[in-house]
Ligand binder design. Structure first.
Ligand code: BV8
Ligand code: ZN
Length: 256
């Protein structure tokens, strides 16, 4: 598929590729936008996952306690969508980018597991993984390969607590080691890409700010503007699944 990018974007690509070649440490933060071209609905877009509901109504402990059936129906619906999609060229480009730098880490807010399926190795899943199960009370892991019946939710063999998806809900702490490493990597980045995220969910949204504060070059790839766009050194308004393969081609052209 031939993609025509504007001349500004082509000029920006040359400058970004130069910076990529000079960078030793590359950090990438992704959000739901990188999975959009795989057919996974984003959170806040018009067709968004939240379309019918508000995040607070579903992705919270309170929602699960008051209506575990509804919450599991929502997660089963999302698991079904994710089970039917494939990584897109943007995921594969990021997996290849990992091999180009002395030090590379991919930090994702996504819970769909598509980065690992595309071959990315060093992935920090800030918000967990939708295909994993755990106990609501004692957080013991629970087999992932079982279909959860919302009308008969299994309980933890250790403590009898209800089984829930192993994702981070609003109001819940992120895993300490994961978020600490994410901050550490962001503060040491030479170049930081924020891709396909609306940059409003914290603490993830503070990572690009941390990178910028530590003098990294900040590149945003998003089909829209976000609260981060003003701070970015480059704002590329293109779909990530189309733009990232072009960026990678250009990088390899100059490398050869
Ligand atoms: C915590 C897992 C506290 C579950 C998710 C007021 C101010 C600041 C913060 C807060 C506040 N009120 C409350 C908070 C804290 C809250 C928060 O940030 N709320 C937001 C809404 C304001 N954060 C939390 O609660 C976090 N925990 O703070 O703990 C604490 C402290 C001490 C002690 C105890 C507790 C936990 C946050 C994690 C929530 N879990 N997901 C699940 O998935 O079911 S968040 C959810 O949003 C997803 O993970 C998603 O990834 C994430 C962020 O959304 P995006 O990924 O950005 O997706 P979105 O749809 O928004 O945007 C997509 C973007 O892609 C768009 O910009 C679009 O233009 C672009 N796009 C679309 N297509 C493409 C594209 N770009 C490129 N190419 C394309 N093709
Ligand atoms: Zn338990």
């Amino acid at each position: 598929m031939v993609v025509y990018l504007g001349s500004t974007t082509m000029d920006m690509i040359d400058r970004i590729v130069q910076l990529m070649h000079r960078a030793k440490r590359c950090v990438v933060l992704t959000g739901a936008g990188v999975s959009a071209e795989s057919g996974v609905p984003t959170f806040r877009g018009s067709e968004g996952l939240w379309g019918k509901f508000k995040p607070e109504e579903l992705a919270t402990v309170d929602a699960f306690l008051s209506n575990p059936k509804l919450v599991w129906e929502w997660y089963n619906w999302r698991r079904k969508i994710i089970g039917e999609v494939e990584p897109n060229p943007g995921h594969y480009a990021l997996a290849e980018m990992e091999t180009l730098f002395e030090h590379f880490v991919l930090i994702t807010q996504n819970v769909d597991g598509l980065h690992r399926r595309a071959g990315s190795q060093d992935v920090l899943e800030l918000h967990g993984n939708i295909n994993r199960n755990k106990c609501l009370e004692c957080a013991s892991r629970f087999p992932d390969d079982i279909e959860i019946n919302p009308d008969n939710i299994p309980v933890c063999p250790q403590c009898g607590g209800k089984i829930r998806p192993d994702v981070v809900w609003f109001g819940e702490m992120l895993d300490g080691n994961t978020i600490n490493r994410a901050y550490d990597e962001s503060a040491k980045a030479d170049i930081f890409f924020s891709i396909g995220t609306s940059a409003i969910v914290h603490p993830a949204a503070s990572l690009p700010v941390e990178a910028k504060r530590s003098e990294a070059t900040l590149i945003e790839i998003n089909v829209d503007k976000t609260p981060l766009s003003y701070a970015a050194d480059f704002h590329i308004e293109e779909p990530s699944g189309q733009f990232l393969p072009i960026l990678l081609e250009k990088y390899k052209e100059i490398a050869s």
